[in-house]
Ligand binder design. Structure first.
Ligand code: 5GP
Length: 174
């Protein structure tokens, strides 16, 4: 029996509005430049797809896959890159697009990894920011929503590979 209960946190309408605002800000900040968005799989795939369609400047896309979570909901702290990017980022403007900044361990790893490849600029855009849970000093440059503790699913985010398809974001309780 499924004993999971779900409570809506951000509806699709609220999400759509905020993604539009983020895209407008990014388009303004990078006006006249060519931006490469690097999405972090799997969680950011829906956010990335929505964001890029609202951005009004030319951009290219690439994806990496980083894993820090096992099957549960707590970060293992150990980050593994299971899919590399396929674009040369040297001297390019790079924006990482990620679903959630939680402890920050995953993002810290990725930022350090990308910096070694000498991009012209490197910024971070996250859909959700759990700032209070941070274990490293790292802030995102663009944040969709700040949130308190709690495990969320939907809009690309999963719990054991479930719920990614939901257009709204839910907090789940078991
Ligand atoms: P961090 O390394 O910052 O602790 O973890 C970041 C990753 O953990 C996120 O990219 C995301 O995949 C996962 N994560 C953190 N919090 C949540 C959450 O509330 N729900 C889901 N589905 N994944 C989360």
């Amino acid at each position: 029996m499924d004993t999971t209960s779900k409570e809506i946190l951000f509806s699709r309408e609220v999400i759509q509005k905020r993604v539009g605002e983020l895209a407008a800000q990014i388009s303004k900040d990078y006006a006249g430049r060519e931006l490469i968005l690097i999405g972090v799989l799997k969680g950011a795939f829906i956010f990335m797809a929505d964001l890029i369609r609202e951005i009004s400047i030319p951009c290219r896309v690439d994806f990496a896959r980083l894993a820090s979570y096992g099957a549960g909901s707590e970060s293992s702290g150990k980050v593994v890159m299971t899919k590399d990017i396929e674009t040369s980022i040297k001297d390019k403007d790079i924006l990482i697009v990620e679903d959630i900044l939680d402890t920050g361990l995953t993002m810290q790893y990725f930022v350090d990894w990308l910096r070694e490849r000498n991009p012209k600029s490197l910024k971070v855009c996250v859909f959700l920011d759990k700032r209070k849970r941070r274990k490293v000093t790292l802030e995102a440059d663009y944040v969709g929503f700040a949130m308190e503790d709690g495990f969320v699913v939907g809009y690309g985010l999963d719990f054991n590979e479930r719920y990614r398809f939901s257009p709204d974001i839910y907090v789940i309780k078991q």
